[in-house]
Design a protein around this ligand. Structure first.
Ligand code: AMP
Ligand code: MG
Length: 418
């Protein structure tokens, strides 16, 4: 039995980066950028107005105040999307909308809120505006290149494409982006007791839920889940399913269940028969002690323990970082925080515990509490979890009020906004 860190080190050392490909910008969400992206254009591409108002020369407003308005001649009406035709000279202004290019001669924009239109309806000067506030040079103007300069790095290799990165690529006019190829992940469930969703549930059978969780987890970290079905608990059936799975150009194979010490736990033997170089079996942790890892024909293979919580947590702690590393991601691990335990927690010494927990916040402090029963078959413990408390091997009790590290599974946990 090896320690968590060692297991992680062995696994990550066996993971090789995948080739890259181009993804369309609109399909790029959650993909990992494969090389630094530099802007080929300026953002914004031209000086433009940050407000609806009047573009003019700041110097012309020098003596202007609420009590001392000044009338400007309006020389042009400029909505966003059009190019100015008129120059703004002293004493003149262009009516300008947010995003419209700043006309030549103007250097600032006075907000519409500080102006009063002089309409012909009142029989006064036609097409002029009364300005009630002073503006500084450059006020309410968005400068060409103030967001991004040509040649500037906007995305770095190994970063994840979030919605905002997709938006940046679009703003730069980039139709595609170089990303890591999606890892192809074969997922095989094992067990005579398992049936799919279409089958009738007869006595002794349960639904194959793990394949669903693991497929979804795979998709969440950029992988392409390839369902290899359910293998019955015979050597022959397991061997056949694994062998046919290995023909599917897999980048990783996940076999669920059958990896423990029960009479029908054949997966390890079959994998060895098929030529797997076993790197380890059993990790000093709960849940997920019987985790196995090895390599067949260069393909990393995980034997995930069958209990739903064990397989989910094993994926979270080992498979997810591996898939991210394959894709060249910079950040392999989830963010975490330190929180105060809300109740005593007892554990076995020598094992690292991954405790599903709810997180809350009060008076500027984070608190956490286990999500009730922590049995490895309690799927609900995962549903309720905002995070995973990492309880160290050496300790037997976490006391109420003690500080613990919690990996975050979701943001916006109970307790409201930060
Ligand atoms: P095993 O590791 O095969 O001994 O399985 C341990 C426990 O997890 C047993 O109760 C199994 O019924 C259950 N289990 C194994 N595989 C799955 C699966 N794919 N979906 C749901 N439960 C499973
Ligand atoms: Mg089984």
């Amino acid at each position: 039995m090896i320690r968590v860190e060692k297991a992680r080190r062995i696994i990550l050392n066996s993971i090789k980066p995948l080739q890259c490909e181009y993804a369309r910008t609109k399909d790029g969400l959650d993909r990992i950028v494969a090389s630094d992206v530099k802007a080929k254009v300026m953002l914004p591409p031209f000086d433009n107005s940050a407000m609806d108002g009047y573009a003019l020369k700041a110097v012309d407003t020098k003596l202007v105040s609420g009590a001392r308005p000044r009338i400007f001649k309006v020389v042009e009406d400029l909505p966003a999307g059009y190019s100015p035709k008129r120059r703004v000279n002293g004493g003149e202004a262009t009516r300008i909308m947010t995003g419209a290019p700043l006309p030549a001669g103007a250097d600032s924009v006075v907000m519409v809120e500080y102006t009063k239109k002089q309409g012909s309806s009142r029989g006064r000067v036609k097409d002029s505006v009364e300005v009630y506030a002073r503006v500084k040079r450059g006020e309410n103007v968005r400068r060409r290149g103030e967001d991004v300069k040509r040649g500037q790095e906007v995305l770095s290799k190994g970063s994840v494409l979030r919605p905002q990165e997709i938006g940046m690529l679009a703003a730069l006019g980039m139709k595609s982006v170089k990303v890591a190829r999606k890892p192809r992940v074969g997922i095989l469930a094992t067990g005579d007791e398992l049936v799919g969703l279409a089958a009738k549930l007869t006595k002794g059978k349960i639904r194959n839920s793990n394949s669903f969780i693991i497929s979804a987890q795979t998709a969440k970290c950029g992988g392409l889940a390839i369902d290899l079905g359910i293998a019955r608990d015979t050597r022959d059936k397991v061997r056949k399913k694994i062998a046919s799975g290995l023909k599917k150009r897999l980048d990783m194979l996940l076999v669920i269940g059958g990896i423990s010490v029960g009479d029908y736990d054949l997966v390890k033997d079959v994998l060895l028969e098929l030529g797997m170089r076993m790197k380890f079996w059993k990790v000093a942790q709960r849940p997920g002690k019987p985790l196995a890892f090895g390599v067949i024909k260069g393909i990393p293979v995980f034997g995930l323990p069958g209990n739903p919580v064990s397989s989910t947590i094993s994926f979270e702690e080992y498979v997810r970082p591996s898939l991210l590393k394959m894709q060249g991601a910079k950040d392999l691990f989830r963010p975490g925080l330190w929180a105060l335990m809300m109740e005593d927690f007892h554990k076995k010494e020598g094992l690292r515990y991954f405790v599903r927990a709810k997180i809350s916040q009060k008076d500027g402090r984070f608190y956490c509490i286990p999500t009730g029963p922590q049995g490895s078959g309690i799927i609900k413990s995962l549903i309720l979890a905002d995070g995973i408390i990492v309880a160290p091997e050496e300790i037997k009790t976490i006391k109420k009020g003690q500080r613990v590290y919690v990996q975050l599974l979701r943001h916006g946990y109970d307790g409201g906004a930060i």
